[in-house]
Write a protein that binds this ligand. Structure first.
Ligand code: SF4
Ligand code: SF4
Length: 261
C-alpha cells in the first residue's frame, strides 16, 4: 500500500513508532541518526514514539513502525489495536520480522516447561506468550530487517512511503555486499558463514572483519538453502549445528527453510 496523490497533498502523514519485546536497538538507531531524524520530524507528524516521547497520541495513523516480537498477551492486544488504527504497518528489525533470539525455540512444544523452569509459580501481570514475529498475529505491509535496522534502508523506506512510491526490499544476500566490499570469501577458509542464506543490507560488516555471518538480518527467502547446507556439511559441520546457529538470530521462522531438507 502507498499513499495516493490526494493523500500526499494532505497534512503530514501521521506516524507511530512502537516497541515490543526486544532490545529497543531499532528505535535507538533512529534517534541516533540525528541529522536524518530532524528531516523526519519535519516531514511527518510523529504521534507516538515510545523511546522519544512520553505523550503518545493514540489516534489514526498513516504508518506504524513496530519493533520487537510479541511475547505477552498485552503486546498481542496492543499490536491488534495498532493494526486497526494504521493504514500501513511496518515490521521493524529482526525480532519483529523473524522473531529474534527470544523465538529461537518457538514451536518446539516445550514453552510451558521452560517458563516454569525459569519463573516457577510467579504471578504474571500479563499472560506470557511464546515469542513470535508480528506476522504471526497481523498482516504486515512492509518488512525492515536488521539487527539493528540500517539507517539508509529505513529512511529510504520512509521517503518512498511519504512520496507515494512502493518500498522495495534489498534484493540480495549478504554475499553480494561482500563482493561490493571486495572481502575475500570466508567459505574459502571453510569457515561457518551463513551469508548466502541471509538477507543483505548490513553492508556485510562481519565478514569484512573476518567474522562469519550468523544471520542476524534473517532469511534471504530466495536462497538455495539445500545447496548451502550441503556445502557446510562438506566442511564437517552438522545439520544440527547449522540449524542451531541460523535460528539463534533468525528465530524459528528461518528453520522452515532447512528442517525438511
Ligand atoms: S564471507 Fe560469507 S557473506 Fe561473504 S561472500 Fe563468503 S559466504 Fe558470503
Ligand atoms: S551477522 Fe550477518 S547479517 Fe548480521 S550484521 Fe553480521 S554479516 Fe550482517
Amino acid at each position: 500500500m502507498t499513499f495516493t496523490y490526494e493523500q500526499r497533498q494532505a497534512p503530514k502523514p501521521k506516524v507511530g513508532i512502537y516497541g515490543f519485546t526486544g532490545c529497543a536497538g531499532d528505535q535507538l538507531l533512529i534517534i541516533h541518526t540525528e541529522k536524518e531524524i530532524l528531516n523526519l520530524f519535519g516531514s511527518v507528524d510523529i504521534k507516538s514514539f515510545v523511546m522519544a516521547s512520553s505523550n503518545p497520541v493514540e489516534g489514526e495513523l498513516d504508518v506504524a513502525f513496530v519493533e520487537g516480537s510479541v511475547s505477552t498477551e498485552e503486546e498481542r492486544e496492543h499490536l491488534l489495536e495498532i493494526r486497526k488504527r494504521a493504514k500501513i504497518l511496518v515490521a521493524m528489525g529482526n525480532c519483529a520480522v523473524s522473531g529474534g533470539p527470544q523465538a529461537m525455540y518457538t514451536g518446539d512444544g516445550k514453552f510451558a516447561s521452560r517458563l516454569k523452569k525459569v519463573y516457577g509459580d510467579v504471578q504474571f501481570i500479563t499472560e506470557p506468550l511464546e515469542a513470535k514475529p508480528l506476522d504471526a498475529f497481523v498482516d504486515i505491509d512492509y518488512y525492515l530487517p536488521g539487527c539493528p535496522i540500517s539507517a539508509p534502508q529505513t529512511f529510504a523506506l520512509i521517503s518512498r512511503l511519504i512520496h507515494g512510491a512502493t518500498p522495495e526490499p534489498y534484493p540480495h544476500p549478504v554475499c553480494h555486499e561482500c563482493k561490493l566490499n571486495e572481502t575475500p570469501c570466508l567459505l574459502l577458509e571453510k569457515k561457518f558463514c551463513l551469508g548466502p542464506l541471509v538477507a543483505g543490507g548490513c553492508g556485510a560488516v562481519c565478514p569484512e572483519h573476518g567474522l562469519p555471518c550468523v544471520g542476524c538480518w534473517g532469511p534471504n527467502e530466495d536462497a538455495n538453502f539445500a545447496s548451502h547446507v550441503e556445502l557446510l556439511e562438506s566442511f564437517g559441520i552438522t545439520k544440527k549445528d547449522i540449524m542451531r546457529r541460523i535460528h539463534n538470530f533468525g528465530g524459528h521462522k528461518i528453520l522452515k527453510h532447512i528442517e525438511n531438507l
